[in-house]
Design a binder for this molecule. Structure first.
Ligand code: G3H
Ligand code: 13P
Ligand code: ZN
Ligand code: NA
Length: 307
């Protein structure tokens, strides 16, 4: 069935691992991820951004995920990623999602609390869980000094107040990760001290890490070898993600790694098979590349296989 993330997070918190939350926007991506989760018998969150919802339409994504549940027999959580206002959250709750994120992180503290509370009230009345965000996602380079870090990264005391006053089910925090394929100019670095403080102040509470793709060199290289141009792409090292999963982080968001795996595979296939023009000829290996990459994450990075 479609389920909330409540039980998944409880088990992940106690078991010191993390559940992967994978961004989806078409059938092949969904199938690759779900096949991986089935092989690994792993908990699974599929998430949809506003952009994905606009691209594929709510009803198509809803039906595809329902088909995935039916075909795989897995329990899957269907989550709205970065909902920017009450309306999109309401639309996803009314439309069958089991989890929504209200991302009020761009607003001042009190406004973020107010908008999050409003979504929590609506969602909880309908059995849906809510993720919120506090702090700004930015790379270490954008926040080198201690004062600028304090201005962008999540403040531990504010996190406690935020959770208490909103009743939110999970919280995305900023500790140095960022979205996309260019996360670090120099050495990758996360503020684990801050994560430890937040985690200690919020016992038994699930934290969320956005911008958590590793930007696997294997796929970056394939893209660059077969006509692509993604120079200097760099993500969060796998050991840092494993460590975060033992420190209260229960949900790890992955989109860029899916995009890179799919595009690398398609570039390679078309370069090596210039006569092919049936989309199935390149989408089948692309779906397989996603499946293998996701299995690797579940086994070695999220540590959620068999859980
Ligand atoms: O957080 C961003 C996700 O990677 C979704 O990206 O808004 O381009 O669909 P998108
Ligand atoms: P990546 O860009 O690192 O994959 O992060 C995805 C994300 O946080 C989606 O909300
Ligand atoms: Zn995100
Ligand atoms: Na965890």
């Amino acid at each position: 069935p479609l389920v909330t993330s409540k039980e998944m997070f409880k088990k992940a918190y106690d078991g010191l691992y993390a559940v992967g939350a994978f961004n989806v926007n078409n059938m092949e991506i969904i199938q690759g991820i779900v096949d991986a989760a089935k092989d690994e018998q792993a908990p699974l969150i599929l998430q949809v951004s506003a952009g994905a919802r606009k691209y594929a339409k709510h009803v198509y994504l809803m039906k595809l995920v329902e088909a995935a549940v039916e075909d795989s027999g897995l329990s899957i959580c269907l989550h709205l990623d970065h909902g920017e206002d009450f309306e999109i959250c309401k639309s996803c709750i009314d439309g069958g999602f089991t989890s929504v994120m209200i991302d009020g992180s761009k607003h001042p503290f009190e406004e973020n609390i107010a908008i999050t509370r409003k979504v929590v009230e609506y969602a909880h009345d309908r059995g849906v869980v809510v993720e919120a965000e506090l702090g700004r996602l930015a790379g270490i380079e954008d926040a080198v000094s201690v004062s600028s870090r304090d201005a962008t990264f999540t403040d531990p005391d504010q996190a406690v107040e935020f959770v208490q006053r909103t009743g939110v089910d999970s919280l995305a925090i900023a500790i140095g990760t960022s979205h996309g394929a260019y996360k670090f100019k120099g050495e990758p670095m996360l503020d684990f001290e801050r994560l430890e403080k937040i985690s200690k102040l919020l016992p038994d509470f699930p934290l969320v890490l956005h911008g958590a793709s590793t930007v696997l060199p294997e796929f970056v290289d394939l893209c660059n070898t077969y006509g692509g141009h993604v120079p200097g792409a760099k993500g969060v090292p796998e050991d840092m993600l494993l460590k975060a999963g033992k420190m209260g982080v229960c949900k790890i968001n992955i989109d860029t790694d899916l995009r890179l795996a799919m595009t690398a595979s398609i570039r390679k296939h078309l370069a090596e098979n210039p006569g092919d023009f049936d989309p199935r000829q390149y989408l089948k290996p692309a779906r397989e590349a996603i499946k293998n990459m996701v299995k690797h994450k579940m086994k070695n990075v999220l540590n959620c296989s068999g859980k």
